[in-house]
Ligand binder design. Sequence first.
Ligand code: MN
Ligand code: MN
Length: 459
Amino acid sequence: MESRNLWTTYSEEQLKELQQVNESYKVYLDNGKTERECILEAVKMAKEVGYRDLNDVIAKGETLKKGDRVYAVCMDKTIAMFQIGEEPLENGMNILGAHVDSPRIDVKQNPLYEAGELAYLDTHYYGGVKKYQWVTIPLAIHGVVAKKDGSVVEIVIGEDEKDPVLCITDLLIHLAYEQLEAKASKVIEGEKLDLLIGNMPLDGEEKEAVKANVLKLLKEKYDIEEEDFVSAELEIVPAGKARDCGLDRSMVIAYGQDDRVCAFTSLLAMLEAKDLKKTACCLLVDKEEIGSVGATGMQSRFFENVVAELLLAMGVDSNIKVRRALANSKMLSSDVSAAYDPMFESVFEKKNTAYFGHGMVFNKYTGRGGKSGSNDANAEYIAYLRRIFERENVNFQTAELGRVDIGGGGTIAYILANYGMDVIDSGVAVLCMHAPWEVTSKADVYEAYRGYKAFLIGE
Ligand code: MN
Ligand code: MN
């Protein structure tokens, strides 16, 4: 199958819509630089178009009917949204799934220290990062500090123009003869990723006066003590907003596009869907980058439990119907794909590679080596998707993650497939995946949105 560059195929009207989708996308990226912020923003957007908390519906004893829109959130880090369709739930749902956690650097539980009259936060990176990419760039801190009294302090430092930013230092080139001989994985080691946060001593303080001054500032501004770091989740991310990239403004450069590009386009398609035959579901989950583990990762029972609650709220109390609803579902497990990069062409096999501007990407399988760890989508399911996409004029391409045996990766696809449903990996091609700043094509963002809309309409 031949895919093509889509830019010159769009009408004026389509180009206008493409720009609108990408403008909203950049706003979503700026408002959501952590999984919590992404979920908060999704809830806000959902409420604006009539979504209600499933727990409230249950508490009021209401019965859900066709067209109703509900959501359930797990620990502010994962959301499942539903729009009730015409057919019974046991016939299956059309599910859009993506993850909202991104590679980053987390602050340790006992982080604050002083060395050489500089104050630092000790850190532990999250997800797959090339550590050398995170030094000498402006960084921001986003997160929460949960205090013993039950209150939660929200923190964002480094995004407002007037805010200070933080940074991780690197060795000057003049003294780096030894460092430059090291393997790229050793150039900057994990314990060297500590965040520089201050240099001004507290007047009158004898010992660790710089650290003392930082603590004084934290107390004044946020009313937190040093020991409150123990119950905090503070994430260090690149400071700054999503921006247009390229003289032709054809691309978006931003932090966290893996996988917020799929999360946002799935969310947008979900919010706009109406009059559906099958119940639509949009799942935005946490912890994909570290194996989908924990209560808020895709492996959690959260989703299965919510489907049972949803059925109950529709007046159906039946375990077998929960199982049927899951088994009969179809899913687009959406995650980013590697975009062809001519600078590194040797890792790609050109016939089975995703190209910028060629539309949404389908990966029949991911995995590594002999497809190890991958969900291998069923041929009949792919034929179904071809039918739907052709009907709705959605442009797509198929790809593998690089040449055979050169690397690999996983997604949440195999976890949903455990229910016996049809699942395929799909998504958007990205350049410099997992780097502090990742690049996507606006045409691909647009086609993903269109593809998800077509998928929710179904056959
Ligand atoms: Mn991903
Ligand atoms: Mn990733």
